[in-house]
Design a protein. Sequence first.
Length: 142
Amino acid sequence: MTRTKFLVSLSVLLGILGFAAVPAAAHHSFAMFDHNRSVLLDGTVTKFQWTNPHVYLDVDAKDKDGVVKHYVIECMAVNMLVRAGWHAKMMKPGDKVKVLIAPLLNGQPGGLILRVTLADGRTLDAPVPAANTYKRTAAEEE
């Protein structure tokens, strides 16, 4: 193989790899959450999914009208949560929790986790890159 053919092949391969990385970067958007509001949920854990690429927390909580709704709450990646002091067995179905979330923009019951208060009173902040933009307190919300 000549040097020119090698360089052309290498360039094509690097181009293909670069395009393949675009979808991986795109899936980390948090555009579906309302980053100008926070909502405090007081509820019961129904599922805690310690999975990659993101951890999920399912909570049943009453809305402002007293109706129980099932919330699916997205968390950050496992490695980020571990560095913030979280672990896989910190919550289990039936646990009572308070969860501060950035709600979904579409009004559905769900959101991006900002903070959780466990049944034993421990509070853990979520390592959300834009967490410092949440200026309103949960007491001001629904």
